[in-house]
Structure formats: structure tokens, C-alpha cells
Design a protein around this ligand. Structure first.
Ligand SMILES: Cc1cc2nc3c(=O)[nH]c(=O)nc-3n(C[C@H](O)[C@H](O)[C@H](O)COP(=O)(O)OP(=O)(O)OC[C@H]3O[C@@H](n4cnc5c(N)ncnc54)[C@H](O)[C@@H]3O)c2cc1C
Length: 350
């Protein structure tokens, strides 16, 4: 084995929630060969495997993980092709996502500017089709280089292969645990205009047309105000970001929800049109109207004082405390609006 498989490694510090027990085995892979070797080690020893990136979308059990945690830390960004104004940029899975966005914006490449400030690493972004402020990685990803654990070979998946939808892809649905993302290639526009479709950004700039750098700064400012960038000085960012997805419901279901809201003398239910038959309801609104406020606290856990959707570790929280608050929120929202909130983070070792 050309690199070290460690034993009994604490995982909490590798996550943004700072919660969780130990991994029985742990490997930090910095090359494709190391990824393959670590997976062979797991196969030979009949170990379960969990693939870790930057740890910003996981809740790890207090008991830890009874298998191999393999952190994919491959580095490198390359601009490898130009066609007219379309530039292909390939980033290895272990690159910090926001550093990658900065790299693109500094080179005047359009397509990921609204995704500034999202924690985690490049390899995690196709998994839940990361999105924010009106942009998703599915709009620019053209290829994902993966190790296919089923057929034990490296494969290249196209955008269509990835089956991207709101916060999902084949990586976290139909083919969960099959592919290890090694790198992703993005098609970006040279000197393209920033995407200003989200209300917060439109309000920020008014009539002014910003450039890519200004857009990135605006997104970082707006996100900081909501504690949605990781800042060690800001205890509200000891979270996994949004803990629940915004539910997507049919128009009929939406009318039922509106009726329930009116019965409880609640004002109009906000929504965003998804297509002709479905709408998305802000989970934060549902949570607030079900009786939880920003800064709500329950022992060692609570809601961010700046964002109702973020469950925060107030210090020394256990995974069990987070789950208890998750359950309480889900059950109140269900009883008020007949809506099942689905968590966004991945639960590991439960
Ligand atoms: C403060 C805060 C704000 C956030 N804001 C947003 C936001 O605006 N929009 C948004 O979409 N998300 C947001 N998130 C969630 C999170 O940052 C993203 O989902 C991020 O892409 C996760 O990447 P990661 O490297 O941290 O993955 P991890 O948390 O390490 O893993 C998440 C999942 O991806 C899998 N995975 C990770 N790397 C790989 C790989 N190389 N190959 C295969 N599978 C892999 C893991 O197995 C796991 O299932 C936020 C989180 C925080 C803490």
C-alpha cells in the first residue's frame, strides 16, 4: 500500500457540524491510484465504504462509521479546451469549491459565480447538484470522471448520465455509493454576463448591471449575512447549511396547503413556479409558520439566528440531539401543513 490507511480516526473535525464519532479505518487519497488502492483494501477486508469530501453536507453518527471513510483529496485545475467563447475547465474532486469559483471569476469565466461561498469540495457538487441564487452546477457540468465501484474501472459520465434535478443526481439516488467522483469538467462562458435572476441579487444591484467579480462579492455578502459561509468566528455557521430541501408539490397539493394556512389565519403561502404542474415552497417559511423562529434553541442545538433552515451545533451537540430537533421540526410542519420535509444532509453511520 503506497499510502497510509489510518485506524480509529475522529471524524467530527472533518465536518462543518463538528459532530460525530470515529472511523474504524480512514484514508486520505491524493491520487487516482490511491483511491483504487483504498477501495481494494476495503474489498479485501469486506469493509463498508463512505466517501467523504469537505464534510459540509453530512451528519455523522455519535458511534462513528464501522468501515473505511475515504476522503477524496485529488488536486488540480486545468483549462484544457476553447471553442469560441466556451471554455472547458476541469477541476479535481479535492479542490475547494469556492477557490474553484474564485479561479473562474478571476479569469472572467461565467457559469458558477452565483455558487460563490458554498462550502465543500468540487467532488461533492455533482452529488446533490449544488445550487444557490438561481444557478446549479447541472447548468455547466459537461463531464464527471468517476471510479465505478461496480465494474471497477474509471468512467466518464456526461451531463445527461448524471440525471440532475433539484438537489439530486444519480449519485444520491439510483446509483448511490456506486461512483467515486474524481474530477468534474465545467463549460464556462468567456466574458459572459453574470446570471442575475434571483430576487436577493436583483434587489442588491437594482438597475445596475454588475460584472462577474461584483456578482461574486454580492453573493458572498448576502451569504455572510445569513451565516451561509463558513466562518470560525460565526457560531451560526457550525451547520450543514440548509437542513431541509424546499418541498416541491403539485398545484392541487399547494391549494390544500393554502387552505390549511388560511384556517390557521396565516397569510399567503409563498411559492416559486417549477413547471406548469408543480411549485416549490420555501422550507424556511413552513418551519417559521410551524412555530420555530430564528435562534430557536433546544439544549445543545438550535436554529441559526440568521437563517431558519440551518440547524446549528451550539457547542458539544451530539448527532442524537440534531436528530431530535430534525424530528420535532418535521412533525410540527407535517401537522400544520401536511407536508413532509426531507433533510438535505447525508446521514452517515446510523
Ligand atoms: C454553511 C453552509 C452553506 C451551504 N450552502 C449550500 C448551498 O447554497 N447550496 C447547496 O447546494 N449546498 C449548500 N451546502 C451544502 C454543501 O456545502 C454542499 O452540498 C457541498 O457540495 C458538499 O460538498 P462536500 O465536499 O462537503 O461533501 P460531503 O459533505 O463530504 O459529502 C456529501 C455527500 O457527497 C458525497 N461525496 C462527496 N465527495 C464525493 C466524491 N468525490 N465522490 C462521490 N461522492 C462524494 C458524500 O459521500 C456524501 O454523500 C451548504 C453547507 C453549509 C455548511
Amino acid at each position: 500500500m503506497s499510502f497510509l490507511i489510518e485506524k480509529n480516526v475522529s471524524l467530527a473535525e472533518l465536518t462543518t457540524l463538528k459532530i460525530g464519532g470515529r472511523a474504524v479505518f480512514f484514508a486520505f487519497a491524493e491520487s487516482e491510484t490511491e483511491v483504487v488502492e483504498a477501495l481494494q483494501f476495503a474489498n479485501q477486508n469486506k469493509l463498508k465504504v463512505f466517501i467523504l469530501g469537505g464534510g459540509s453536507n453530512v451528519l455523522i453518527a455519535d458511534e462513528g462509521f464501522d468501515g473505511l471513510v475515504l476522503q477524496i483529496a485529488l488536486k488540480g485545475i486545468s483549462i484544457f479546451s476553447r471553442k469560441d467563447k466556451t471554455i472547458l475547465v476541469k477541476a479535481q474532486a479535492g479542490e475547494d469549491w469556492d477557490e474553484f469559483v474564485k479561479f473562474c471569476v478571476e479569469r472572467n469565466l461565467q457559469g458558477v459565480e452565483c455558487l460563490s461561498g458554498i462550502p465543500g469540495w468540487v467532488g461533492g457538487t455533482p452529488v446533490q447538484n449544488v445550487g444557490a441564487y438561481g444557478q446549479e452546477v447541472s447548468e455547466t457540468i459537461v463531464a464527471v470522471r468517476c471510479f465505478d465501484r461496480k465494474n471497477e474501472k474509471i468512467v466518464k459520465l456526461s451531463n445527461a448520465d448524471c440525471q440532475f434535478a433539484y438537489r439530486t443526481s444519480l449519485f444520491n439516488t439510483t446509483e448511490k455509493n456506486r461512483y467515486v467522483v474524481l474530477a468534474a469538467t465545467f463549460a464556462l462562458k468567456a466574458e459572459g454576463e453574470p446570471k442575475i435572476v434571483y430576487r436577493d441579487l436583483q434587489n442588491y444591484f437594482g438597475d445596475r448591471k454588475p460584472n462577474l467579480k461584483e456578482t461574486r462579492e454580492a453573493v458572498l455578502n448576502i451569504r455572510s449575512e445569513k451565516s451561509m459561509v463558513i466562518n470560525p468566528q460565526d457560531s451560526n455557521s457550525r451547520s450543514a447549511g440548509s437542513f431541509f430541501k424546499n418541498p416541491i408539490v403539485t398545484k392541487e397539493k399547494f391549494m390544500e396547503i393554502e387552505k390549511l394556512a388560511h384556517l390557521s389565519r396565516i397569510d399567503n403561502v409563498p411559492f416559486f413556479k417549477v413547471d406548469d404542474n408543480t411549485v416549490k415552497i420555501p422550507a424556511a417559511w413552513l418551519i417559521e409558520k410551524s412555530g420555530f423562529h430564528k435562534g430557536f434553541q433546544k439544549g445543545t442545538v438550535g436554529l441559526s439566528t440568521n437563517h431558519t433552515l440551518a440547524i446549528v451545533n451550539l457547542g458539544n451537540a451530539k448527532a442524537a440531539d440534531i436528530l431530535a430537533l430534525r424530528d420535532e421540526i418535521q412533525s410540527k410542519v407535517k401537522s400544520c401543513f401536511q407536508v413532509e420535509l426531507k433533510p438535505e444532509p447525508v446521514f452517515v453511520g446510523f
